[in-house]
Design a protein around this ligand. Structure first.
Ligand SMILES: [Zn+2]
Length: 243
């Protein structure tokens, strides 16, 4: 999820990943996109906007997670330890690791089984939902991923030791990853804000969705568990990006 997962441009790539325990399959939205285009072409009808889009819109919920430096991974899991891919995320090269941690907040309240997303990065960052912040007694700052200056830290506990983060616990800004082609199609540039309209019986529209453009990005919205649960987002829920 989300988070999961994230952003090649700001990620320190490692080339020596262990073999994954699962491999990516075609995302449901990708298959639907292909079918929709084929059906309209066969019918000889003009393509509606979602079918004209260069890429299918994928909306994923990022559960609470952290990004770590390789130094932090070694401190927490032992010298020379490398993250193991548990599940590949939609963005190429990004994965949810098999390894999890225990987070200890400033008031000694704990979150266990905090998922680590790989590969390792150049900074340590924990991304929580506001509900987690309330449970921890933590006033979470709303930040763009990577912008952690002046934020509170926490203690992380792994099987081989503790790692103290002096800063880096945030509630990440909701955002959409897209390629330059997608940006042209939607008429937006990196740094702009869009809206995400989520359908279904409990549908809602989320404002202030930050646009992040990179040639390596696949079109994907990342929202958190509070947002996903508020509208009961399901794999087949219709979603629309609005400028
Ligand atoms: Zn993201």
């Amino acid at each position: 999820m989300s988070e999961v997962g994230e952003r090649r441009s700001e990620v320190g790539q490692t080339s020596d990943l262990r073999p994954p325990t699962s491999y990516p399959t075609l995302h449901r939205a990708v298959v639907e996109h292909m079918v929709r285009q084929a059906v309209y072409q066969r019918l000889g009808k003009p393509l509606p906007k979602p079918a004209v889009a260069p890429n299918p819109l994928v909306v994923n919920v990022s559960a609470r997670h952290c990004h770590l430096t390789s130094e932090a991974v070694e401190t927490l899991f032992g010298r020379g330890h490398q993250l193991t891919a548990h599940k590949w995320l939609y963005q190429d090269g990004q994965f949810a690791a098999k390894e999890t941690l225990t987070l200890i907040g400033p008031r000694s309240r704990v979150i266990s089984n905090l998922r680590i997303l790989g590969p390792c990065r150049s900074l340590n960052q924990v991304e929580l939902a506001y509900t987690d912040g309330i449970a921890l007694g933590f006033d979470l700052p709303l930040r763009l991923s990577g912008n952690i200056k002046g934020t509170l830290g926490c203690m992380l506990m792994g099987p081989a030791g503790f790692f103290e983060m002096n800063e880096g616990v945030i509630r990440a800004l909701r955002h959409v990853h897209m390629s330059p082609d997608d940006a042209v199609f939607y008429g937006v540039e990196g740094g702009e804000k869009m809206r995400l309209k989520i359908g279904g019986p409990c549908g809602l529209t989320l404002d202030k969705l930050l646009v992040r453009v990179d040639k390596n990005f696949k079109l994907e919205v990342h929202i958190d568990t509070d947002e996903g649960n508020a509208c009961n987002l399901q794999p087949d829920t219709a979603c629309e990006l609005i400028k």
